[in-house]
Every structure is written in structure tokens, then in C-alpha cells.
Write a protein that binds this ligand. Structure first.
Ligand code: 13P
Length: 246
């Protein structure tokens, strides 16, 4: 699972260019392990290019709005995302938590809406620099994971994104990533009451240089890439470097 999170970047032209280059550089059989998350205004356009060229790239949304009975100006529902060709949705990204004030109550509604609409969820968790320095990182993540209780196991995956690493060019040590992923996996078994191995991806300053060593860790099932996913050549390089190792 290698996820490109474009955040608030790109244009229709860049979407076309990115998918074309991805398709040229990444072998057909390796494409289906990738998820492209452009801004929602480009999802329809991306879906059209992907399906008309028979590309095996999955489409994901960076967010969704909860199903609501009240009129919701500007909202985009899970049903609409499905209609746009999305199979995946990111929920709880730290930037949504911080800049859009998304707290547990709204995240619970989003998770429920995603599940009701059969969208595969990539639920993002991560600690701040302060929490890490105060030895509170594990506790902070366990609290975030609680929102998943009661959701269908088959729709859930998690992305561990330490907030202090995102966009900063610094990553935790490999040991530290492994340890945190293992803790998350164990916690998920207890929260979701399952023995199944829930996929946990790593995100935070992943680059063409460090992607292979991170992905080779036993507890890392995927990568969630921001900055380095914008350039189609470097994203394709990450995908190819990793698939060569498999
Ligand atoms: P960067 O890869 O730019 O650090 O972003 C990570 C991220 O937030 C992906 O969701």
C-alpha cells in the first residue's frame, strides 16, 4: 500500500501528467498497490483518466464529510466519493485535526459514514513533538485509536504519522518506527477485538532515499507520502524501488 497524498496541491493538467507518468513508469501488476489521493475537486478527472486507460491505480479521498440529515453546504459525502470512483478515504490526518478542528466527535461521524458507504479507511494517528518529549506519544496514539472501536475490521487500516516528522525532512529511527507500529498493531487487536493483522502504514518525510529501508520493516505495511508524491517520477521511483525488494 503506497499512498500519494497531494494535500492542497495540483491542477487538472498536473493530475493528467502525473497519472500518465505513473502509468509509464510503474508495471501494470504493481499499480494496484498504489492509492492516489488528489484534492477532491480533481477526483472525477483522475477517475476518468484512470478508467479510460485501464490503469490499476486506486483512487482515494483526503477527507469526507459525515452523512447528515441537515443541509450541509459544501459537504462531500461518502456516497458522492464512491460515485467519483474512490475506494479509499483518509480520515483524521493531523492537518485536518489541527487546522480544521476535527476532534473525536466529528472523526467518529466521519468513520461511521465511510464504513456505511463501504469506503476503505486509512485512519491517521500521530504524536506531537511535545507529546514525544514528555514520553506521552504512546498514550496519545492509543487515545486516537479508540475512535475505531466497533468499525468493520475489513475496512480499517491505520497510518502512523508522527506530526513532528511531516514535511520536516526528519524521520524517527527505524527502531522507533518499528516499535510504534508494533504497539499500534497490538492495540488494534484489542480495540477491534480481532486476531487479524490490521495494515499500518508509515507517513512523515518519506522520500525516494528512505522509502525502502522503512518499508522493509516487518511491522510496516505501507507508506503514506506527501511532498515526495507530488513529483510522478519520484513517486514511481519509490514504488519501483520497493517492489523490486518484494
Ligand atoms: P510528507 O511526506 O510531506 O512529510 O507528508 C506526510 C503526510 O502528511 C502524508 O499524509
Amino acid at each position: 500500500m503506497i499512498i500519494a497524498n497531494w494535500k492542497m496541491n495540483g491542477s487538472k493538467e498536473e493530475v493528467k501528467n502525473w497519472i500518465d507518468i505513473f502509468n509509464d513508469h510503474v508495471e501494470y501488476e504493481n499499480q494496484s498497490g498504489c492509492i492516489f489521493c488528489p484534492p477532491s475537486c480533481f477526483l472525477d478527472n483522475a477517475n476518468e483518466i484512470i478508467s479510460s486507460n485501464n490503469i490499476q491505480l486506486n483512487l482515494g479521498s483526503q477527507d469526507l464529510d459525515p452523512d447528515a440529515d441537515n443541509p450541509s453546504t459544501g459537504g462531500i459525502s461518502g456516497k458522492m466519493l464512491k460515485d467519483l470512483g474512490c475506494d479509499y478515504v483518509l480520515i483524521g490526518h493531523s492537518e485536518r485535526r489541527m487546522y480544521f478542528n476535527e476532534h473525536e466527535d466529528v472523526l467518529l461521524q466521519k468513520l461511521t459514514s465511510a464504513a456505511l458507504n463501504n469506503l476503505k479507511i486509512v485512519y491517521c494517528v500521530g504524536e506531537t513533538k511535545e507529546q514525544r518529549e514528555q514520553g506521552m506519544a504512546i498514550e496519545a496514539i492509543k487515545i486516537q485509536l479508540r475512535a475505531l472501536k466497533g468499525l468493520p475490521v475489513n475496512l480499517i487500516s491505520v497510518a502512523y504519522e508522527p506530526i513532528w516528522s511531516i514535511g520536516k525532512g526528519i524521520t524517527p529511527s527505524l527502531d522507533s518506527i518499528h516499535e510504534m507500529h508494533q504497539i499500534i498493531k497490538d492495540e488494534l487487536k484489542s480495540i477491534l477485538n480481532t486476531e487479524e493483522n490490521i495494515l499500518v502504514s508509515y507517513g512523515g518525510s518519506v522520500s525516494a532515499e528512505n522509502a525502502v529501508s522503512i518499508s522493509l520493516l516487518n511491522s510496516v505495511d505501507g507508506l503514506l507520502i506527501g511532498g515526495a508524491s507530488l513529483n510522478p517520477e519520484s513517486f514511481s521511483k519509490v514504488v519501483n524501488n520497493i517492489t523490486i525488494q518484494d
